[in-house]
Design a protein around this ligand. Structure first.
Ligand code: HDE
Length: 682
């Protein structure tokens, strides 16, 4: 190991390089290095006889296979990850002494794993769920893990309730249904009986829970942490990741269809974007609060069911993370990475948030069973890029060969090495918060307002977002068999907003509330996705095209949208090439059979001169689906007739044109808008 290597963007990569194995051009061997002469036939007593125990190659191969699965994560089992780097914009010295936040020229390697929470490792990715957003910073002071979600609050306030929450949301134990879904009785029974979940439920039923892409969602540290500077002065801090492409979502009907058409939709999107050089970028933001201001709010800043409204405590953007390299091996990296909110560096400390405090126990504990023992920190993906020395020894799978006679502290025989470092030498010193109290199992009064911020969230939504939330309640509770649970949820959310509760009550056969509501009238515009960044970059456009198209014009339109960062993919009735009337050839990426309108952000219909009835019907199907999901649709030439047949000419986000330049700019604008909700009101 390179002990004193300076941290740069390649540092982790170089370390991983020592563990990469390339089998290209090699002879096959056993794990002992013995060359193997035959790998298709086991050793037998006669060609038709029994296999012999002696066949060490067979035994080794089969034994390894028999043991190649490990337990999936108890939550966040389905995930996908990528490597990248992080750079701070300006020194954060005033607030924290964390070294990776000091020098804008330092690139800190990162590894980020995105995940769904409830589903098993093989479950579909576009289900309604919270997404994990876990970042490991390989800093020169050790690994710092920011283990967050794409939703800034949580269902519960105390970690002791986590097993109950997860038991309620996971498939029901008597029949193991439904997979990766919260739309079932036990989850909603839990919600009704644990009303601290109200705010989180509003987020969970909003469009945030069905992101269009891992590249287009925010990340949040959720808890309140502490920054501590080199003078020992602390600030409370909340962490935010802001995607450069803005925050965008799927629509529910589309999300469900994608689950079947491409259960790998989100990982494919991340993988392909990185392979194409469209590196996902997120800015790191912090909300900072002086210790003295701890009690200046109408919520408790330690309560993980509360946000700090951005309009009250602004998010200071402090750096950028770029994901620029896919993993080499999903098991070795994505599956074996072990995150832990307790992996901190000097300058970052905890708060007394009771949810965070419990997490500090759970993460190491879970790795012990998942990764099979206490040496998981030695796995290549988990190793810090700085040296690590202590007196921990042995255990399953130990790789480090610790030399010398001494493995205890304090000692004289080894000059008391390894010795703890002073604070000046970089030793981690816990922030000396004054704590006193009686031992008590209870919750602070200041944690007991469960509805004000749920109402703040509701108030902040656009009309379309509100409708989506009502539909989500109607869907989720529509799947709940118990009428009493359905009614309890209506009564619970009447505390948030009476119109909301009444709107879904009628859909689910429950009695609408007569009164209730919240006195909160405040809004937080930052909560609405309507106010997010909108740009055409990396949007996927399905280009529907047949033979005999106008070569010159089509090529210039395709080049024009590509110049704006849009990615066209060619769809036709057969693979191979489609030919333009002037001989131009375009390679077909997908057929109507292998593609689907739900897999594109927009459609561009060109058609051709000689299409079959099937081509015609498939094109109409694509248009109808895309239209019903509010997606932009452009058409030129022969394509225009399909808009006419579909009856959508003149609708919002439907673009047609004779003049290429005008068509291009209007179509790109329509793509940037992402969805054309106005269609809903027509
Ligand atoms: Fe986790 N969580 N969690 N969690 N969590 C795990 O650790 C836990 C919570 C989060 O991609 C587990 O390694 C408890 C909040 C992410 O590998 C486990 C509580 C937030 C990931 C665990 C919480 C998270 C996990 C399962 C309540 C957002 C995936 C496998 C106190 C701030 C990390 C593992 C990855 C994973 C426990 C609540 C985020 C069992 C006890 C709040 C992103 O240790």
């Amino acid at each position: 190991m390179a002990e004193e290597r300076k941290v740069d963007s390649n540092n982790k990569n170089e370390q991983l390089e020592q563990f990469r194995v390339n089998d290209q051009g090699q002879k096959m061997t056993t794990n002992q290095g013995l060359k193997v002469s035959e790998d298709e036939f086991s050793l037998k007593a006669g060609e038709r006889g029994p296999t012999l125990m002696e066949d060490f190659h067979f035994r080794e191969k089969m034994t390894h296979f028999d043991h190649e699965r490990i337990p999936e994560r108890v939550v966040h089992a389905r995930g996908f990850a990528a490597h990248g780097e992080f750079q701070v914009y300006d020194s954060m010295k005033e607030y924290t002494k964390a070294k990776f936040l000091q020098d804008p020229s330092v690139k800190t390697p990162v590894f980020v794993r995105f995940s769904t929470v409830a589903g098993s490792r093989g479950s579909a990715e576009t289900v309604r769920d919270v997404r994990g957003f876990a970042t490991k910073f390989y800093t020169e002071e050790g690994n710092y893990d920011l283990v967050g979600n794409n939703i800034p609050v949580f269902f519960i306030q105390d970690a002791i309730k986590f097993p109950d929450l997860i038991h309620a949301v996971k498939p029901e134990p008597h029949n193991e249904m439904p997979q990766a879904a919260s739309a079932h009785d036990t989850f909603w029974d839990f919600v009704a009986n644990n009303q601290e979940s109200a705010h989180m439920i509003m987020w969970h039923l909003s469009d945030r829970a069905i992101p269009r892409s891992f590249r287009m969602m925010e990340g949040f540290g959720v808890h309140t942490f502490r920054f501590v500077n080199d003078q020992g002065k602390a600030h409370f801090v909340k962490f935010h990741w802001k995607p450069v492409l803005g925050v965008h979502s799927l629509v529910w009907d589309e999300a469900q269809k994608i689950s079947g058409k491409d259960p790998d939709f989100l990982r494919r999107d991340l993988w392909e974007s990185i392979e194409m050089g469209n590196f996902p970028e997120y800015e790191l933001g912090v909300q900072l609060l002086a210790e003295e201001d701890e009690f200046n709010f109408d919520f408790d800043i330690l309560d993980p069911t509360k946000i700090w409204p951005e309009e009250d405590i602004p998010v200071k953007i402090i750096g950028k993370m770029t994901l620029n390299r896919n993993v080499d091996n999903v098991f070795a990296e994505t599956e074996q990475v072990a995150f832990h909110p307790g992996h901190v560096v000097p300058g970052i400390d905890f708060s007394n948030d009771p949810l965070l405090q419990g997490r500090l126990f759970s993460y190491t504990d879970t790795q012990l069973i998942r990764l099979g023992g206490p040496n998981f920190h030695e796995l290549p993906i988990n190793r810090p890029v700085c040296p690590f020395h202590n007196n921990q020894r042995d255990g399953y799978g130990r790789q480090t060969i610790n030399v010398g006679q001494v493995s205890y502290h304090k000692n004289s025989l080894a000059g008391n090495a390894p010795a703890p470092a002073t604070e000046a030498e970089g030793g981690y010193v816990h922030y000396q918060e004054k704590v006193e109290g009686r031992k008590i199992r209870s919750r602070s009064e200041s944690f007991k307002d469960h509805f004000s911020q749920a109402a703040l969230f509701w108030n902040s939504m656009s009309q379309v977002e509100k409708e989506h939330i009502i539909q989500a309640f109607s869907f989720e509770l529509g799947k709940v068999k118990s009428l009493s649970v359905r009614q309890e949820i209506v009564d619970m959310f009447a505390h948030v907003n009476v119109e909301l509760a009444a709107a879904f009550a009628v859909q689910i056969g429950a009695t609408p509330p007569k009164e209730g509501g919240s006195s909160v009238t405040k809004t937080s515009p930052a909560l609405s996705q309507e106010n997010t960044i909108k740009m055409p970059n990396t949007r996927k456009v399905g280009v529907i095209i047949g033979h005999e198209f106008n070569g010159a014009e089509v090529m210039s339109i395709l080049a024009g949208i590509q110049a704006e960062g849009v990615q066209p993919e060619i769809v036709s009735d057969m693979l191979g090439a489609v030919k333009g009337s002037d001989g131009t050839e375009l390679a077909v990426d997908h057929t109507f059979l292998t593609a689907d309108p739900v897999l594109f952000d927009a459609l561009y219909i060109i058609g051709g001169a000689s299409e079959s009835k099937k081509f015609h019907n498939d094109t109409i199907y694509f248009i109808k689906e895309a239209f019903s999901h509010f997606k932009p649709i452009g058409a030129t030439h022969e394509g225009v007739k399909y808009l006419e047949v579909s009856g959508i000419v003149g609708s919002a986000g439907v673009v047609q044109g004779e003049d290429i330049n005008e068509f291009l700019s209007t179509f790109v604008e329509a793509i940037s808008a992402h969805r054309h909700w106005e269609r809903q009101v027509v």
